[in-house]
Design a protein around this ligand. Structure first.
Ligand code: FAD
Length: 495
C-alpha cells in the first residue's frame, strides 16, 4: 500500500493545476501555493500583454479531459486561456487545494532528518515554516523577469522616458502617440511591436539581435499543426539515444531530410519575404527548432511593409537624451523602451547546495525525464519539460511524477540508471544538438512523441499509440488519445 503523503505544489499555472490534480487523484494531501492573487501563471490577466494569443492551436494546448470550448478560435487569446484554466480548476475542484497570495521564500531539507522538505512560506505579511513529504515545483520558466540596463537609462527616465519589461505592457493606451522602441526578436517582441503600431504609437522600432526562423500560423495555406507536429517530422531531427541501427538509417536518409527542410525554408523565405527584410537566418531550421522557435505574429511583415514597424538588426548601446544609440550607430527617438528580453530561468527559493547539484556551470539542468534528480530526493518538476504543447506535457509529467514519488512506475529507475541517462542527455545537448540547450535544456520540443513514449512506457501504459500507423505517423499529438493512454497505465490509490 502506498502511504499517503503531504505534497506541496509550488505555482498555480498550467503545471501547478496539472500537478495538484495528479497527486490529489491518487489520494495524497495536496497544498498548492501561488504567490499572486489568481491562477493562470503567464496567462494571469495582469501580466499578459494586450492581444496575446497562443502559439499552439487550441487542440494542442489543452488537458486530455478538457478541450477548449468550441467557440474559441484556433489560437485562443490570453483571457480565453485564463478562463479555460479556471474552468479546469473548477471541473476538478482544485481551487480548494491552493493558497493564493502565498509566496514560497525558501526550501530546505527537513531538519528532523525525515524525508521531505521544509518550506518557508510568506502569507499575509507573515512568514512561517511547514514540512512536506514531497514537493512538486511548478514555477515555470517565465516567473522571474530578465531586467537589463544600458548606460544613460537614469537620465533617460529622468527626462520622462519609460523603460518597461514586456510583461509590464498591459494597457495599449500607454503607447498612443509615443515613439516606441522594442528590444528583442522573440514572439513577445513582435507581438508588442505590432500591437503598439495598431494602438496609435507614433513610431515603432524593433531592435533585434539575430535572425531566427519563424513559422507562420499557416504555411503555404496549411495550418502548421498539420505539417510540422507529427512523428514523421520529429523523426527527422537529431534525437537522443539513437541505436547504431537508427544512426545508419539516419545517415542513409540524410539527403531526403536535407531536402525536406530546404523545401520548408524556401517556403518560409518566399511566404514571409525574408530576403527582402534581410532576415534569412544563418543556421538551418532543423538545427534551430526548439521551444524558442517563434510563431509569426499576424501582421508582422505587413507592418514592416507599411512602415508601421521598422526592424533594425542590432542592440542598444546607450540612452542619449530622448534617443537610443544602437550598436549599428543608428539613433532612434524613444519615449518608451520595451525590453522583450525574456525571463531568468531559476528556482531562487531553493538553497544553493541543492542548486549546485541540479544546475551545471554552463546553466544546463541535470534532470531525469526533465523532472527529477537523484541528489534532490522527494521533489520533482512539472512543466519544466516545456514544449509546443505545454499543457499536455505538464499533464503527462505530472502523472509520471506522482508514480515516481510513490515508487509505482513500471520502470522505476535506479540511481545509477538516472545518472547515466542524465549524462547521456547532457552529452547529447552539448555535442549533438546545441538547440536543445535552450532554457537550461528544459525543453522537450520538437521531440514530443519521443518524450511521451518514454513517459508512457515508464508508467506501464498498455496503450501508447494509435492503432493505425499512418494516423500515428502523420498527425499531431491528440490530447484525447493521450487521455486514453494515461488511463491504460496501472491505477492505484494512496491511503
Ligand atoms: C505570451 C506567452 C505565450 C505562450 N504560448 C504558448 C503556447 O501557445 N503553447 C505552449 O505550449 N506554450 C506557450 N507558452 C509557454 C507557457 O509558459 C506554458 O505553456 C505554460 O503556461 C507554463 O505554465 P507553468 O505553470 O509551467 O508556468 P507559469 O505559467 O509561469 O506559472 C508559474 C506560476 O508559479 C508562480 N510562482 C513563481 N514563483 C513562486 C513562488 N516562489 N511561490 C509561489 N508561487 C510562485 C507564478 O506566480 C506563476 O503563477 C507561452 C508563454 C508566454 C509567456
Amino acid at each position: 500500500m502506498v502511504k499517503r503523503k503531504n505534497v506541496a505544489v509550488i505555482g498555480g499555472g498550467v503545471s501547478g493545476l496539472a500537478a495538484a490534480k495528479a497527486f490529489d487523484e491518487r489520494g495524497h494531501r495536496v497544498t498548492g501555493f501561488e504567490r499572486t492573487h489568481d491562477f493562470g501563471g503567464v496567462w494571469e490577466l495582469s501580466r499578459s500583454y494586450p492581444d496575446v494569443q497562443t502559439q499552439s492551436p487550441k487542440d494542442l494546448y489543452c488537458y486530455t479531459d478538457h478541450p477548449m470550448p468550441d467557440e474559441y478560435p484556433e489560437w485562443p487569446k490570453g483571457p480565453q486561456v485564463h478562463a479555460y484554466l479556471h474552468s479546469y480548476a473548477e471541473k476538478h475542484n482544485l481551487t480548494r487545494l491552493f493558497r493564493l497570495n502565498t509566496n514560497i521564500k525558501a526550501m530546505e531539507r527537513r531538519a528532523d532528518g525525515q524525508p521531505g522538505w521544509t518550506l518557508t512560506i510568506e502569507e499575509a505579511g507573515r512568514t512561517r515554516q511547514e514540512d512536506f513529504d514531497f514537493v512538486s515545483i511548478c514555477t515555470g520558466q517565465f516567473s522571474y523577469k530578465n531586467i537589463i540596463t544600458h548606460p544613460g537609462q537614469e537620465a533617460f527616465e529622468a527626462q520622462g522616458g519609460q523603460v518597461i519589461h514586456s510583461s509590464d505592457y498591459t494597457d495599449p493606451e500607454m503607447m498612443r502617440g509615443k515613439r516606441v522602441v522594442v528590444l528583442g526578436g522573440s514572439k513577445s517582441a513582435t507581438d508588442i511591436a505590432v500591437n503598439a503600431a495598431k494602438n496609435g504609437a507614433k513610431q515603432v522600432t524593433m531592435v533585434y539581435r539575430e535572425n531566427v526562423w519563424r513559422v507562420p500560423y499557416f504555411v503555404g495555406g496549411i495550418n502548421f499543426k498539420n505539417l510540422l507536429y507529427m512523428r514523421a517530422q520529429e523523426m527527422q531531427f537529431n534525437q537522443w539515444g539513437k541505436s547504431p541501427l537508427q544512426r545508419v538509417i539516419a545517415a542513409v536518409l540524410k539527403p531526403l531530410v536535407w531536402a525536406n527542410f530546404r523545401g520548408l525554408e524556401t517556403m518560409l523565405k518566399l511566404q514571409l519575404g525574408l530576403k527582402k527584410w534581410n532576415m534569412v537566418p544563418d543556421s538551418p531550421i532543423e538545427k534551430e527548432a526548439s521551444c524558442s522557435l517563434p510563431i509569426v505574429t499576424p501582421g508582422l511583415f505587413e507592418s514592416f511593409k507599411s512602415g508601421a514597424v521598422k526592424p533594425i538588426q542590432g542592440t542598444f548601446e546607450r540612452y542619449d537624451g530622448d534617443e537610443i544609440t544602437l550598436t549599428t550607430g543608428d539613433k532612434v527617438g524613444c519615449d518608451i523602451a520595451v525590453l522583450a528580453v525574456g525571463w531568468k530561468l531559476g528556482i531562487p527559493y531553493l538553497g544553493d547546495e541543492f542548486k549546485d547539484k541540479l544546475i551545471e556551470s554552463d546553466g544546463q539542468y541535470r534532470t531525469y525525464r526533465l523532472s527529477v534528480n537523484p541528489d534532490l530526493p522527494d521533489m520533482g518538476f512539472v512543466g519544466f519539460n516545456s514544449s509546443f504543447c505545454t499543457i499536455l506535457s505538464a499533464e503527462m509529467i505530472a502523472n509520471w511524477l506522482v508514480r515516481f514519488a510513490d515508487g509505482k512506475l513500471a520502470r522505476q529507475p535506479s540511481r545509477d540508471a538516472m545518472e547515466k541517462n542524465m549524462q547521456m542527455m547532457l552529452d547529447w545537448r552539448r555535442k549533438e544538438r546545441p538547440a536543445a540547450q535552450v532554457y537550461g535544456g528544459l525543453c522537450s520540443a520538437p521531440f514530443h512523441f519521443k518524450h511521451f513514449d518514454e513517459l508512457l512506457e515508464d508508467m506501464g501504459a498498455s496503450e501508447r499509440k494509435k492503432a493505425n500507423p499512418l494516423a500515428e505517423t502523420f498527425t499531431y499529438p491528440d490530447h484525447k488519445a493521450y487521455g486514453r493512454y494515461l488511463a491504460s497505465a496501472p491505477q492505484y490509490q494512496a491511503g
